[in-house]
Write a protein that binds this ligand. Structure first.
Ligand code: CTP
Ligand code: CA
Length: 224
C-alpha cells in the first residue's frame, strides 16, 4: 500500500497543461498556424497522469492522441479559445504548464466569406493575441506556474526576462542550437531556470524523458 502510494507522487494534484499550436482564422477556409506537433505537452500530460495527477490538457489542433482516465482533453483552436479554457480551469489547479506554441499575432479582421483572388499583392493586418501564460501569472495564487521559452539568441537573458514578465516559478528553455532538438523532433535539449535564476542545463534526451524531468521539478516543489 505505502509502496504503491510512493509510485504516485502526484496523486491528488491537479495539473493544467497547454499543448500544440493555435490556428488564427483569416477567412472560413484559411488560418495562420505553426509547426508545433503538440508532442511535448501530450508527453507531459501522459507522464503526469502516470504519476497520479489529474490532468486538464488544453490542446490546439494536433494529431497527438491520449487515453488515460486521469486526463481530460479540452480541444481548442485559437489563442482566444485557449485563453478562455485556461482561465475556466486555472483557479482549481495546483500546477499549470504552458507547452503550447501560441500564435503571437492574429488577423485583425476575419473575413466572413472566402477571400477571392484579385490583386497581385495582398496584405493581412495582424494584431497581438493575448499572452495566456502572462495572464495566468497575473492571477496566480498558489499555483506552481511553468512556462517554456524558445530563443535563438541571448537565450538565458531572454528566458530570465520571461520568468519575471510572466511571474513564473520555472521556465523550460528550449535550445534550437542542437540538431536533434525542437519542433517536429522526438528529442529536446532544455535548460531549467527557476525564479531565483538558478540555471540547470539538461542533456539532449527524448521528449518523454524531458517530461519526467519537468514533473520531477513539480514533485520537488511539493515534497522537496
Ligand atoms: N505563451 C502564451 N500565450 C501567448 C504566447 C506565448 O501562453 N500568446 C506562452 C508559451 O506557451 C510559452 C511561453 O509563453 O510557455 C513563452 O513563449 P515564447 O513564444 O517563447 O515567448 P513569447 O512571450 O511569445 O515571446 P517571443 O515569441 O517574442 O519570444
Ligand atoms: Ca511567441
Amino acid at each position: 500500500e505505502a509502496d504503491l502510494e510512493s509510485k504516485l507522487p502526484l496523486k491528488g494534484k491537479k495539473i493544467l497543461i497547454t499543448a500544440g499550436p493555435t490556428y488564427e482564422a483569416i477567412d472560413p477556409v484559411r488560418f495562420i498556424g505553426n509547426h508545433s506537433s503538440g508532442k511535448m505537452g501530450f508527453d507531459i500530460a501522459q507522464s503526469a497522469a502516470n504519476l497520479g495527477a489529474s490532468v486538464i490538457l488544453i490542446s490546439g489542433p494536433t494529431h497527438c492522441k491520449i487515453n488515460h482516465p486521469l486526463v481530460q482533453v479540452v480541444p481548442v483552436v485559437s489563442a482566444q479559445e485557449m485563453y478562455d479554457a485556461c482561465h475556466r480551469y486555472y483557479q482549481e489547479v495546483d500546477v499549470a504548464i504552458a507547452a503550447a506554441a501560441v500564435a503571437d499575432y492574429k488577423p485583425k479582421n476575419v473575413a466572413t466569406q472566402k477571400i477571392k483572388k484579385a490583386a497581385d499583392d495582398f496584405t493581412i493586418e495582424l494584431e497581438k493575441t493575448k499572452d495566456i501564460l502572462a495572464s495566468l501569472g497575473e492571477v496566480k495564487k498558489n499555483q506552481f506556474l511553468i512556462g517554456f521559452a524558445l530563443e535563438t539568441e541571448n537565450e538565458i537573458e531572454n528566458a530570465k526576462a520571461k520568468i519575471q514578465k510572466k511571474n513564473l516559478d520555472l521556465i523550460v528553455l528550449n535550445s534550437l542550437q542542437d540538431e536533434g532538438a525542437g519542433f517536429g523532433k522526438k528529442t529536446n535539449k532544455v535548460t531549467f531556470i527557476d525564479s531565483k535564476f538558478q540555471i540547470e542545463p539538461m542533456d539532449l534526451k527524448s521528449k518523454e524523458a524531458v517530461a519526467y524531468d519537468i514533473l520531477n521539478k513539480v514533485i520537488a516543489h511539493f515534497y522537496g
